[in-house]
Write a protein that binds this ligand. Structure first.
Ligand code: SF4
Ligand code: SF4
Ligand code: FES
Length: 338
C-alpha cells in the first residue's frame, strides 16, 4: 500500500490549509485563493526555474515552523520559499509587506514608460494592476528613463524593451518550448536587456508563446498590434483539430472578425496549454474553429467591464485599525464599488 504523505499545516493571513511538503508559500496561497494570493510577475507555474526575479510576491513569515517558531528575519519571495509544518505567513495582513510591495512597484516603474494609452497590453497588464493597487502618485526618480528601439523578433513578434521588467519568462519559454538558445538576457544590473544573439529571428512552431507569458507589453503580436483596445473585444473559447498543439485557444472578436488568437489563461493569467504559431497567427477566420463558449474573464479585468468585485479582506484586517490603514487603497476601492 502506498505510504500516505504527511501534509504540512500552514496559515496565510489567518487562513489555515494543509499542503504537500515542498509546496511553495505562493502555491499554498493559490490553493486558498482570493485576495490573500500574492501577485507574481515572474513566477509561471508551467515554466521550470521561473520566479525569484521580481519580488512582487514578498511575504512575511511570522512563525517559521512548529519545531522552530522563530520568525524569518526578512520578507521572503513566496514563489521560492517552501512551507514548513506549522508555518504562519502574512501577506495583506502585514503592513511591512504592503509597504515593501509599494517599494517594489516603484522600482519596477523606475524605467517604465507608462504609455498605457498606446500599449497593446493595457487592460490585461499585471503591472498596470499593481501600479493601480500599490503605486505611488509621483515618481522620486530624477534621471532619464532607459529607452530602446523596437526590435522585430521574426515577422510576427515585436520587442519593445522600454516596457520589459526582466522577468525572464520569455527566456524560459524559448529555452523550454523550442529547445533553442537564441534569445536571452544580455549584460547585468542597470544595463540588462532582452536580446536575440546577433539579432537572430526566433523561428519555431511554439515561439509565439513568449507573447502570452510576457506580463507587460514588451513582447507583442504584430498581427494584432494597434488593431484595437482589448476591452472592446469579445473573447470566445474555441478549438480545432491541430496536428501540432492541443488547438485549444481563445479567439478575440471585434464584431465578426477574429483579430487575435491566444492561449487560454487561468485566473493567475497563466496559459493552460501552449499553442503553436499556426493556430496563433494563421487561423483568423471563424470557419477555422469550433466555437465553445464566451471566455470566463477575471472580474478584475477591464475586459469584464462593470463586473468588478470588491476587495474582501480577511476578518483579521477588518478588526484591526492598523492593518486597515495599511490596506487603505484597496479598501477605498472596495468602498467605492459597494
Ligand atoms: S506594459 Fe502595462 S503598465 Fe506598461 S505601458 Fe503597457 S499597459 Fe501600461
Ligand atoms: S520581454 Fe516580457 S517576458 Fe521577456 S523578460 Fe521582458 S517582461 Fe519578461
Ligand atoms: S513572483 Fe516571486 S519573485 Fe517574482
Amino acid at each position: 500500500m502506498a505510504e500516505e504523505i504527511q501534509k504540512f499545516k500552514v496559515s496565510i493571513d489567518g487562513i489555515a490549509i494543509e499542503v504537500d511538503p515542498g509546496t511553495t508559500i505562493l502555491n499554498a496561497a493559490r490553493q486558498i485563493g482570493g485576495d490573500i494570493v500574492p501577485p507574481a510577475m515572474c513566477y509561471y507555474s508551467k515554466l521550470e526555474g521561473s520566479g525569484g526575479k521580481c519580488r512582487t510576491c514578498l511575504v512575511k513569515v511570522s512563525k517559521g515552523s512548529e519545531k522552530d517558531p522563530r520568525p524569518m528575519p526578512k520578507l521572503v519571495a513566496s514563489c521560492r520559499t517552501t512551507v514548513m509544518d506549522g508555518m504562519e505567513v502574512q501577506n495583506i495582513t502585514s503592513p511591512d509587506v504592503v509597504d515593501a510591495r509599494k517599494a517594489v512597484v516603484e522600482m519596477l516603474l523606475i524605467n517604465h514608460p507608462l504609455d498605457c494609452p498606446v500599449c497593446d497590453q493595457a487592460g490585461e497588464c499585471k503591472l498596470q494592476d499593481l501600479g493601480y493597487e500599490h503605486g505611488a502618485v509621483n515618481t522620486r526618480y530624477e534621471f532619464e528613463r532607459r529607452t530602446f528601439d523596437r526590435v522585430d523578433l521574426g515577422d510576427k513578434i515585436q520587442l519593445h524593451m522600454n516596457r520589459c521588467i526582466l522577468c525572464y519568462r520569455c527566456v524560459f519559454t524559448a529555452n523550454q518550448l523550442t529547445g533553442k538558445r537564441e534569445h536571452g538576457i544580455l549584460y547585468r544590473g542597470d544595463h540588462a536587456e532582452i536580446s536575440t544573439y546577433i539579432e537572430n529571428a526566433l523561428d519555431h512552431d511554439f515561439i509565439g508563446n513568449v507573447i502570452d507569458v510576457c506580463p507587460v507589453g514588451a513582447l507583442t503580436d504584430k498581427t494584432f498590434r494597434f488593431k484595437n483596445r482589448v476591452w472592446f473585444t469579445k473573447p470566445v473559447d474555441a478549438h480545432r483539430d491541430c496536428p501540432t498543439c492541443s488547438g485549444k485557444v481563445t479567439l478575440w472578436y471585434k464584431g465578426t472578425d477574429v483579430i487575435r488568437v491566444t492561449g487560454r489563461k487561468d485566473e493567475y493569467d497563466e496559459v493552460d496549454e501552449f499553442i503553436c504559431n499556426t493556430c496563433r497567427f494563421e487561423k483568423k477566420h471563424t470557419d477555422d474553429w469550433v466555437l465553445e463558449h464566451p471566455t470566463n474573464v477575471s472580474d478584475q479585468s477591464v475586459i469584464a467591464s462593470n463586473h468588478y468585485h470588491a476587495f474582501n479582506p480577511p476578518a483579521v484586517i477588518q478588526e484591526n485599525p492598523q492593518l486597515k490603514e495599511a490596506n487603505v487603497e484597496q479598501l477605498a476601492r472596495s468602498e467605492k464599488l459597494k
